[in-house]
Design a protein around this ligand. Structure first.
Ligand code: ADP
Ligand code: GLC
Length: 485
């Protein structure tokens, strides 16, 4: 019989997306269906989500979910079941999922996502008639309290199904002052270092890591890195204490959304064997960004413009990039200061550097489909998806050797080139000289067309579909259920 899993996430593509979590949550149901697992996704009812699902049936209601009335709406995420927590006081606001239009976090995020987790635990535990689940798979701090509720305060008459928490980014922990504890509806005994307490406050991610039956993160290398202080960001002790429960399962990519042979956002389709269409896409990018044509490589960036992504370092080396004949098309938004530095570089080098501040899903596909190389100098990267899209679209990734970037890109060093297995360029450190050197290496390789073509072909042929990772999650769920007996 198929397993029934409730996947709990604060974003899921194509309903609502701020980053890779949405891609993963959106793809999981399809990835797992192939392995006999029936995934229902639960997301909050933000205005964008409610607008996209249209008229939906209410299947449950709460009079007071941490004080707010709420309904549960049943809809569809593609072919798969979707549940939406419609709690207007908490989620029906203009702005993003986590903050207002200016990017400032909502003050009551603890309440919003504690209520979301409480509802998820009720649903997973069997509180909604006719919808039972075998297991809850929860993502990031926003769903971090689900394992704690399931273990310490399961729904009346329901059961404490096992749970898996996936850490997509250890840098976001959902850390709040101690005084919110009294409002969470957890037993007083949860207030200990072995409970939800974390450095004197309440840690949502910490709580999830403490009480989940398994902890996964989105690449094998990151699963190792978070054992250290640098990457564990204060939770490394807990990672070590629970190390026999920690698994690294690499994200896949949704090959229906990301296929250069059929992608509706491209100016021209292409395959590994017939790549001519890429030049048409390149022209379209040049046009969109107001760039002149050139003999050197067209670099692209599709990224949050933040410190994590090493975008401050990239801003330092743009004169070098242009100086050696490169051009850059950048799409992203984030840190205001970094945005300003890219804008200034575009003003210094009009027609060589084009900058689009904002979010544009379609343009991001076109850029992968026509750019020569994608720059990803992240300081840490739990998995990273844009290098995978780059590989699939023959846009050669230039990356730092960390997390999922280390696991998915094979550096074009002499040995790998000789063996014909290289797929991109890696750098060992994130600083301006290392990045400038990586960009120079990319430029030099670009001017050796046979080798460059080989990099592109290898990338396009690499398999980063969900097949293997879907199987790994399914095996983990089954193992946990067997343990439960
Ligand atoms: P993270 O989740 O840390 O931001 P990932 O590489 O895992 O990094 O995922 C980022 C996702 O968001 C990718 O699907 C990427 O294409 C997309 N993305 C990031 N910035 C933009 C943007 N400005 N416009 C369109 N898509 C973007
Ligand atoms: C996070 C990470 C990113 C990862 C994504 C999806 O946003 O920063 O590396 O790819 O989650 O798991």
């Amino acid at each position: 019989m198929g397993l029934k899993v409730l996947s709990v996430a604060s974003e899921a593509a194509p309903l609502i997306k701020t980053g890779g979590l949405a891609d993963v949550a959106g793809a999981l149901p399809g990835a797992l269906a192939a392995h006999g697992v029936d995934v229902t996704t639960l997301v909050p009812g933000y205005p964008a989500v409610l607008a996209k699902i249209g008229k939906a049936k209410a299947v449950h209601k709460w009079d007071a979910l941490l004080g707010s009335p709420a309904r549960l709406l049943a809809a569809k995420l593609g072919e798969h079941a979707l549940l939406v927590l419609d709690a207007p006081a908490l989620f029906n606001r203009e702005g993003g999922p986590y903050g207002d239009a200016s990017g400032r976090d909502w003050d009551d995020n603890w309440r919003r996502f504690a209520a979301f987790a409480r509802a998820a635990a009720d649903i997973a535990g069997g509180a909604v008639k006719g919808r039972g689940f075998d297991l809850a798979h929860v993502h990031d701090w926003q769903a971090g309290l689900v394992p704690a509720y399931l273990r310490l305060a399961p729904p009346t008459g329901g059961c404490a199904v096992p749970s898996v928490i996936t850490i997509h980014n250890m840098a976001f922990q959902g850390y709040y002052p101690a005084d919110i504890f009294a409002h969470l509806g957890l037993p007083a005994s949860a207030w200990t270092v072995d409970g939800v307490e974390s450095y004197g406050g309440v840690g949502f991610l910490k709580a999830g890591m403490q009480f989940a039956d398994a902890i996964t993160t989105v690449s094998p290398t990151y699963a190792g890195e978070i054992r250290s202080h640098e990457f564990g960001m204060g939770l490394e002790g807990l990672v070590l204490a629970r190390s026999n429960r920690v698994h690294g399962i690499l994200n896949g990519i949704d090959t229906r959304e990301w296929n250069p042979a059929s992608d509706p956002h491209l100016a021209a389709h292409f395959t590994a064997a017939r790549r001519a269409g890429r030049s048409k896409n390149k022209r379209a990018i040049e046009q969109a960004f107001g760039l002149e044509r050139g003999d050197g490589p067209l670099f692209i960036v599709v990224s949050r413009l933040t410190w994590q992504k090493g975008m401050d370092v990239l801003a330092e080396v743009l004169d070098h990039l242009v100086g050696i004949g490169g051009r850059l098309a950048l799409l992203g938004a984030g840190d205001g200061e970094i945005e300003a530095r890219f804008r200034a570089a575009a003003a210094r080098h009009p027609a060589r550097i084009g900058v689009r501040i904002g979010y544009d899903e379609g343009l991001s596909h076109l850029m992968q489909g026509g750019g020569d190389a994608i720059l990803i100098p992240s300081r840490f990267e739990p998995c990273g998806l844009t290098q995978l899209y780059g590989l699939a679209y023959a846009c050669v990734p230039v990356v730092s050797r960390t997390g999922g970037l280390a696991d998915t890109v094979i550096d074009a060093n002499p040995a790998a080139l000789a063996a014909g297995v290289a797929t991109g360029i890696q750098m060992n450190a994130v600083n301006d000289s290392a990045l400038a050197m990586a960009i120079s290496r990319a430029c030099a390789l670009y001017h050796r067309p046979a080798e460059w073509k080989r990099l592109q072909t290898n990338g396009m042929k690499a398999d980063f579909s969900w097949d293997a990772s879907g199987a790994a999650y399914a095996a983990l769920y089954r193992q946990l259920l067997e343990e439960q007996g």
